[in-house]
Each structure stands twice: as C-alpha cells, then as structure tokens.
Ligand binder design. Structure first.
Ligand code: AQP
Length: 334
C-alpha cells in the first residue's frame, strides 16, 4: 500500500516556496486519504550551525506551520526527527551502503559547501544518506517534494537498490518522487534564476509565512521584473524568469494552471498584476500566519503533538530497523 513521507528542515522560518512546493501539497495528499508521515527534520538542520535556542523555536514554528496549513495530527503522523532514533540508526547503515562519490556529486552539497568543502561538516556531505533513512524507515513509496530535492530522491532510490542487491533481499521499495503543480520551484523575488530559500541572506528575496500583509505587499511591489507587459501565452515568458516566477506563484496560490493566469492577465503591466498578486497572497497566507501565531502561544501543546506523532512513527520504524539489523547480521539478543 502507498505510504507518503516528507520532511522540512527547521533551519529558518518557512517561505512561500516551502508552502507551495511542500506544505500545501502535504495537506492535499492527507485530504485524499493517503497514509501520510510528516517530519520536522531537526537532525538535518544541524548539518550547518544552528543556535540551540533558535533551533527549538524554529522546530515548534515549523510544526505550527504544518498544523496551520491543514495537517491534522490525527490523520497524519507529525513529529520531529530526533525523537525517533531509527532515523539516525538507519542512516549509519546507509552510510556503509552509499559511496562517498555519490555524495560529492550532489549539487546541494556543492552549493552549500561552497569553495571550502573540506571545512564543511561531515554531516552536510552525508545529508542524503540521512534523508534516505527518513524515507525508508517507513518503507515509504511516495515522497512529495519541490524540484530542488529531485537529485536527493534519486540517491534514495540508489541506496534502496544497492541495499537490496548487496544483501540479496527485496526489502526496501524504490521510492517515487511526487513533484507536481505550478509551483514546484518558487524562485527568489530578487533573482529569477535562484530558488527562494529560507537561508538567503536577503529577506527581500522571499516571502516568509510570518510576514504580515504590509510586508507581503511591499516585497511583491519591489520584486524584480522586466518592463514588458504580460504575454498571452506561456511561451512569451521563456526568457523572462522573474515574470514567469510571479505567474507561477499566482497559479500556485490560486490553485490554477499558469496558462490560465497568462490568459487572464494578457497584456497587463506589472503595475496591475503585482497588486492583484499581493492581494491573493495576503488572502491565502494571512489565515495561515494567524493560526501559526495562535498555536505558538502554547508551545506545550505543540510538543505534545510532536511527542504523540513520534510514538506512532516509532511504532512503524522500529520493526523496519529490527529487520534491517537482522538482514545485516547484527546479533539481537534483547
Ligand atoms: N523555492 C522552493 N520552491 C518549491 N519548493 C521548495 N522547497 C524548498 N524551497 C522551495 C521544498 O520545501 C521542502 C522543505 O525544504 P527543506 O526545508 O527541507 O530544505 P530546502 O529545500 O533546502 O529549503 P530551503 O528553504 O532552501 O532551506 P535552506 O535555505 O535551509 O536550504 C522540500 O520539499 C523542498 O523541495
């Protein structure tokens, strides 16, 4: 039976990219009645330095964003990664299955390590191995993610295939990515060739789920564009990454195809389009922001939800890990 797993790092506040590329889709999959397991991946976050107090706060805030986006902790399993030790344990096994060369080829590693790769954490290099463990500890069949995670998911498949092959078993499923919708790659508001990211130094580059209506409107007004009006077909946006990005964001928020957006706004100037986009963004995001703020008033309740989710996650992952230990020949005598 299909089982869906996905995670989000508490490495900063949530962006519109995380919302459209991940959270919104997570809720849709849950509402379709799928078995859904969602995780705040705190162990992943510390692959780059995180201030401990901030990490705690951000973990709760991301959990609040899941809940505010429609994740129901009764229908989905929602927890934070470090509370289910099977993730770290399985990651070790996968560190011994995966090859170092596979890790060096990851574009996210190259981007984040920059010129000084020798000085980045070993965890940053091994990140995809922990991600494979997150997914395969649940023997998840489908993983909804944004476009940027495609390469890591291919590596998860490679690890599953190599594990099955090395041990002569058919144990792990070969996971399918679910990359769908108009906004699988939301770009920076300042540079249409860079993805919108919570760790971009410029706050103007992104819309945060904690931004108020004025901040959202101001960021969209200032977003980089070109002087041309909107074309009447998507083809006309080919070499206009910033314009294309705003159209995709509109489509993602409105839940329509980008084709429908250009059809509606054909010939419009950005002076007309941007205020409409800002209005739509505020309409869709303000209720989420308000609900996040309400939930953050009671951190104890968020922690309780995460703890309950962790118990239910552990009940699935622990037996999978025990099978893995047996397959690999570890003595289990207690
Ligand atoms: N710009 C984006 N457009 C669409 N989807 C996106 N995602 C992230 N950015 C975009 C999706 O959000 C999920 C969670 O991502 P993550 O927090 O685990 O890591 P990330 O992809 O590295 O996100 P950020 O915001 O760029 O964080 P930092 O700056 O810390 O690296 C994933 O499904 C991702 O595809």
């Amino acid at each position: 039976t299909p089982r869906i797993f996905s995670g989000i790092q508490p490495s900063g506040g949530m962006t519109l990219g995380n919302y459209l590329g991940a959270l919104k889709r997570f809720a849709e999959l849950q509402d379709r009645g799928q078995e859904t397991v969602y995780c705040v991946v705190d162990l992943h976050a510390i692959t780059v330095w995180q201030d401990p107090e901030r990490l705690t706060h951000q973990t709760r805030e991301i959990a609040a964003a899941f809940l505010a986006s429609g994740i129901d902790p009764k229908r989905s399993i929602l927890f934070n990664q470090s509370q289910v030790s099977a993730h770290a344990e399985l990651a070790w096994i996968f560190n011994c299955v995966a090859r170092i060369g596979w890790m060096y080829r990851m574009t996210q590693f190259k981007d984040k390590a920059g010129k000084n790769a020798e000085n980045s954490s070993l965890g940053l290099l091994a990140y995809p191995s922990l991600m494979a463990a997150d997914i395969l500890a649940y023997r998840a069949t489908h993983v909804p993610v944004g476009e940027d995670q495609k390469q890591h998911l291919e590596l998860t498949r490679d690890i599953a295939i190599k594990f099955n092959h090395d041990y002569g078993v058919n144990f792990f499923p070969v996971t399918e990515p679910l990359i769908e919708g108009a906004a699988t790659r939301v770009m920076s508001l300042r540079d249409g060739t860079k993805k919108m990211s919570k760790s971009d130094p410029s706050d103007q580059s992104r819309i945060n789920l904690t931004d108020d209506a004025d901040a959202i409107a101001q960021k969209i007004r200032k977003a980089k564009t070109d002087p041309e009006p909107l074309p009447d077909t998507l083809d006309g946006l080919k070499d206009r990454p910033e314009a294309r990005n705003l159209v995709n964001i509109y489509a993602g928020l409105a839940g329509v195809a980008p084709e429908a957006v250009v059809a509606e706004f054909a010939g419009a100037q950005f002076g007309t389009f941007k205020p409409r986009l800002a209005e739509l963004a505020v309409e869709k995001l303000a209720p989420i922001t308000a609900e996040m703020n309400r939930l953050m008033q009671d951190p104890g309740e968020i922690d309780r939800i995460l703890g309950d989710g962790a118990d239910r996650a552990d009940a699935i992952a622990r037996p999978v890990l025990e099978d893995v230990y047996r397959i690999t020949g570890m003595v289990r005598s207690r």
